[in-house]
Ligand binder design. Structure first.
Ligand SMILES: Cc1cc2nc3c(=O)[nH]c(=O)nc-3n(C[C@H](O)[C@H](O)[C@H](O)COP(=O)(O)OP(=O)(O)OC[C@H]3O[C@@H](n4cnc5c(N)ncnc54)[C@H](O)[C@@H]3O)c2cc1C
Length: 260
């Protein structure tokens, strides 16, 4: 039984998983694999494929003054989620239902194409553009044209306790930073509802709290200057390595565009 299962390892799902895993929740991200037209099909990476893999140059994501290769961004975000403790599995979720109709606290079971069922106490649907597997749960879906969106409150909670939706599937605007921010917000709602005391998720300089006679709040950490420099060194090293060479992946084309 997982604490939280996130369906969809795209922009929103990855952000949610970083937060829930950092809060100590046992987090599984299950995501459909790359489409046949993706240059990642053979890579063996189990991170699933975001629609952002179709982007040619990601230029409106804060923090990258001249833009970033969208596939590189996704790769690094998956790595960050793994570092935080999230686990990944490839698979298409086909059905979700309560383990016990009369007791949603008992959690949910997710069926996957060809895989073993997954049991989870809470689930986040971050699976733009598929929500068919939620039909048995009656979460409330809104149809617009050929697309279905999941009806949620501000924090991504659906009409069913324990079931959340994040990103474009929750009718958020179609930009990566918005989906990521929403994923983070929904992750925080899951943490809150799990009674995990992890509100801030901050790293502060030594003395920031204790220097005022205050306890370091749950989810916060104080680090001294030596540790700060060590973390900065590690972070710069990883980014220099990651960006040293262009990535050998190309944008995934829209499935209806014929290619040679
Ligand atoms: C061509 C193109 C260019 C773009 N360029 C930009 C840009 O420059 N800037 C910008 O901000 N945004 C851009 N976007 C939009 C951006 O990619 C999306 O808004 C963002 O990725 C939405 O995030 P999401 O997490 O909601 O969905 P996604 O990132 O698509 O993630 C959904 C995940 O769910 C998985 N999934 C779906 N169904 C299932 C299922 N049944 N079971 C398991 N997994 C499932 C998918 O495999 C995927 O991993 C672009 C989009 C496209 C198509």
């Amino acid at each position: 039984m997982r604490d939280v299962c996130i369906v969809g390892g795209g922009t929103a799902g990855l952000a949610a998983s970083i937060f829930t895993a950092r809060a100590g929740l046992d987090t599984l991200v299950i995501s459909e694999g790359p489409s046949p037209s993706s240059s990642r099909t053979q890579s063996g990476d189990d991170g699933g494929e975001s629609i952002l893999a179709r982007n040619a140059s990601l230029e409106n994501y804060p923090g990258f003054p001249d833009g970033v290769d969208a596939r590189r961004y996704l790769q690094l975000t998956r790595e960050q989620a793994r570092n935080a403790g999230a686990e990944f599995e490839l698979g298409r979720v086909t059905r979700a239902e309560p383990i016990d109709e009369d007791d949603l606290e008992a959690g949910f079971v997710l069926e996957t194409e060809g895989g073993d069922p997954i049991e989870t106490r809470r689930m986040i649907a971050a699976s733009w553009s598929d929500s068919e597997y939620l039909v048995p749960l009656d979460v409330g879906r809104i149809q617009r044209g050929s697309k279905h969106f999941v009806d949620t409150d501000d924090a991504g909670r659906t009409a069913v306790d324990g079931v959340y939706a994040a990103g474009r599937l929750a009718d958020e605007p179609h930009q990566a930073i918005v989906a990521a921010g929403h994923g983070a917000k929904v992750g925080l709602a899951v943490i809150h509802d799990s009674d995990t005391n992890f509100y801030h998720d901050w790293v502060a300089p030594e003395g920031y709290f204790t220097g005022r006679g205050r306890e370091v709040p749950p989810g916060c950490e104080e680090i001294d200057d030596q540790e700060r420099r060590a973390r900065d060194e590690r972070a710069r090293g990883r980014l220099l390595e990651a960006f040293a060479e262009p990535l050998d992946e190309v944008p995934t084309m829209h499935p209806s565009v014929e290619q040679d």
